[in-house]
Design a protein around this ligand. Structure first.
Ligand code: UD1
Length: 424
């Protein structure tokens, strides 16, 4: 166990390069299962979740070669991959459920441990299960695993999602590309990472229309060919540095960041007082005065991303007025508020709302990263808190932020990684 020790009071100034998106690369890795042979992915971020997903694929019979420095990964998928994903690994990252669609489509069967022992019909995976059932799979729970069997090729169908779930859209898309006939996914999630997956699938020979829109029309094909594909830049990492620039009164060039994928986020940061300069190779964010308070409502893309919520709550805790933050995607994201409160933030949660009042100042304390984004939000708060903030459980941050300490240090932050038992 390690922790980050952050000494507040520095401005973020300089340049940071945005790595490939965690939420894309994990699904691109799963998509490699759709074709025998070697898939090569580039712009692969140096994060823990990629390692775990690589282990999931290895457990399914693939050979995974990774060059961490070079940022690429090669995945050799056998003619007949295994169909059972290792339970311990699957429980470590929810994204591993993305192997379900490709495996059942290609092998006629898939067995994936249930994250946290969910039952079919529970909120967490019901949209995936309902969609696969529409495509002709029979889905059961057996010995703590979700088992999908198709007894042959899946059959294309029209599927209307109850909610534009990112994971369900991806699973059903990957199942549909090898199904017989036409699959239509309506109320599909529109996240840029799904458009990235569509681009890779299309290059593999899939026939997908409507990438990036709420209706995906897929003409199933009999087989696909492996390809080389570059991962889309991580908009959440880019957004995190952007919020950090504003909070610290800094000046950061976010190289490789796609402003077009952060429309509402940049609009909100401008309302809060940031200067944003969009360039061909990224965008620059400058913060000058104390940020003005803004209200934020999270929604599926193109709405404000839930994965930037903790960072924005940290921003609001030092802004000049009161703000109302509403979370509409997940129901337990506010655990983070308890930790931020320890730094002196003035927060009141009520259902899926948080009211944030301006704090006189934040003061360093020991706080816990409860998830990847909460951890990033706490580091941002630590940058503007008086004294030393210790963020524990940083393995969560390592799941999604490549070389976070190094990048923050290069921007001028005073941040160190130390073993949890060592004296800071
Ligand atoms: C993905 C992202 C995550 C992001 C989220 C929303 C990855 C690895 N993770 O997660 O970082 O925060 O999108 O943008 O890409 N739901 C159901 N039934 C289902 C599926 C989902 O009720 O079958 C609910 C979930 O409980 C949640 C909401 O829908 O409340 C959103 O989930 P979803 O869009 O599926 O998120 P993930 O794909 O898990």
């Amino acid at each position: 166990m390690e922790r980050f020790v952050v000494t507040g009071g520095t401005r973020l100034v300089g340049e940071v390069a945005v790595p490939g998106a965690k939420n894309s690369v994990l699904k691109l890795m799963a998509a490699s299962l759709l074709a025998a042979g070697r898939t090569t992915l580039t712009a692969v971020p140096d994060i823990l979740d990629v390692t775990v997903m690589g282990d999931v694929l290895t457990g399914l019979g693939a050979s995974v070669e990774r060059d961490v420095e070079g940022g690429w990964i090669g995945i050799d998928v056998p003619d007949e991959p295994g169909v059972a994903a290792d339970g311990d690994l699957v429980r470590r990252i929810r994204a591993s459920v993305a192997v379900l669609g490709p495996l059942v489509a290609r092998c006629g069967e898939a067995r994936v441990a249930l994250p946290g022992g969910d039952a079919i019909g529970s909120r967490a995976l019901d949209i995936h299960v309902n969609g696969l059932t529409k495509l002709g799979a029979v889905v059961d729970v057996e010995a703590g695993a979700l088992v999908a069997r198709s007894g042959g090729r899946l059959q294309g169908a029209s599927i209307w999602l109850d909610f534009p779930s990112v994971g369900a859209t991806e699973n059903l898309l990957m199942a549909g590309v090898l199904a017989k006939g036409t699959t239509v996914i309506d109320n599909a999630a529109q996240e840029p990472e799904i458009a990235d997956l569509c681009a890779m699938l299309t290059a593999m020979g899939a026939r997908v229309e409507g990438a990036g829109s709420s209706t995906l029309v897929i003409e199933g094909v009999e087989s696909l060919t492996p390809v080389a594909h570059e991962t889309v830049p991580d908009r959440i990492v880019a957004g995190t540095y952007a919020v950090g620039a504003l909070m610290t009164g800094g000046d950061v060039m976010i190289r490789g960041g796609r402003a077009g994928h952060l429309g509402i986020v940049l609009e909100k940061l401008v309302q809060a007082g940031a200067e944003v300069d969009v360039r061909a190779d990224g965008f620059r964010v400058v913060g000058r005065d104390r940020p003005r308070s803004i209200d934020v409502v999270t929604l599926p893309y193109p709405g404000f991303p839930t994965d930037l919520l903790p960072q924005v709550i940290a921003l609001e805790s030092i802004s000049s007025g009161t703000s109302l933050i509403t979370e509409n995607v997940f129901d337990s994201r506010f655990v983070f508020c308890r930790e931020l409160h320890k730094l002196g933030a003035d927060l009141r949660t009520d259902g899926h709302h948080v009211i944030v009042r301006p704090a006189q100042r934040l003061t360093g304390a020991r706080v816990m990263a409860s998830d990847v984004r909460a951890g990033a939000g706490l580091v941002l708060a630590g940058l503007v808190a008086d004294g030393v903030t210790e963020v524990t459980d940083v393995h969560h941050i390592d799941r999604g932020y490549a070389r976070f300490v190094e990048s923050m240090t290069a921007l001028g932050a005073d941040i160190r990684r130390v073993p949890d038992r060592a004296v800071a």
